[in-house]
Design a protein around this ligand. Sequence first.
Ligand code: PEP
Length: 246
Amino acid sequence: MKKRIFGNWKMNGSLASNAALLDALAQGVQAGACDVAVCAPAPYLAQLQAVLAGSAIGIGAQDLSAHTEGAYTGEVSGAMLREFGVRYVLVGHSERRQYHAESDELVARKAQAALACGITPVVCVGETLAQREAGETEAVVRRQLAAVVQVNGHCLSEIVLAYEPVWAIGTGKTATPAQAQAVHAVLRAQLLAATTAAGRIPVLYGGSMNASNASELLSQMDIDGGLVGGASLKAADFLRIVACAQ
Ligand code: PEP
């Protein structure tokens, strides 16, 4: 399967700094062996649409509403994202689950809302440090994925899944390749049990991926790419990770 490297800028950037980063990425990423996308804050999507037109880099958003339209102040619908050329949207990122109390069910409905608009949801699952230490990793990620399977069974093969151990996000503590592979194998088995098209679903790893650890992580059997936070904000670092996936 073609590897995917997706950047998550989180709540970072400015028109000026984005312009420099996007120029460098557009020049450094060629269409080919690996699919590359950046997930930017909503106000910058128009900038991405303009700068990335004709480039090999896909446009991603970081969240969307589970609703289609109406009295939901502050929310952004999938249809709105589509107007800015958005192809991917993160759903269930741990920072949304943690700081915005997003439940498994809401994440599943957000994935459904994205799919209904022709946007690929990048469904994030992962355990906290306390859950890992309590031996609950497998149960937690299986429960998070099960909610998405239940609501989206018929078009499950259109999602991208990302395993992001919460204790590895933004901490500099990466899961070892063996730790990551073990969880990816669990998720792969769950996908295989849910759909005959499971082989089409990429399962990305995210959590302090950088240019030094990317190669080994990406060489694991069930790791189909990376979701990259901090290291996606520096063109040279991100491009080195992309190179590891080619
Ligand atoms: C993320 O935000 O999805 C992420 C993986 O962040 P970082 O790479 O900074 O750990």
